[in-house]
Design a protein around this ligand. Structure first.
Ligand code: H2B
Length: 102
């Protein structure tokens, strides 16, 4: 599928300019939400599961004390693709208000 073509470093840095909460490189991108309680983190993961099923693209998620981290990579090509960028955009809708307020 075209959207599972690897992004080169320039394409990825352009994409990350539009996703200021995300960091990483061509091997994977991630967003950490700090100051989130466990129940809210679990609720976010449930919302992300719906996005994942819609896009047929699945994040790796980590809930640890006070933190939710979402890791994105396209496993089939072992790097970041447009699909990861699309997932990140859609994930932001659910993650933006989930953590501590600055
Ligand atoms: C058959 C199915 O479409 C594939 O296995 C999908 C499912 N979700 C996926 N998610 C991620 N992150 N990477 C993949 O390569 C991937 N492959």
């Amino acid at each position: 599928m075209a959207r599972r073509i690897l992004l080169n470093p320039d394409e990825l840095s352009d994409a990350l300019e539009e996703l200021p909460e995300w960091a990483g490189d061509v091997h994977g991108i991630h967003r950490r939400v700090k100051g989130i309680d466990f129940r809210s983190a679990a609720r976010c993961v449930t919302a992300l599961a719906d996005v994942a099923e819609e896009l047929d693209h699945h994040p790796d998620v980590e809930i640890s004390y006070g933190n939710l981290t979402v890791h994105l990579i396209t496993h089939s090509v072992d790097g970041v693709t447009e699909l990861d960028v699309e997932f990140a955009r859609r994930a932001d809708v659910h993650l933006d208000d989930a953590g501590e307020t600055a």
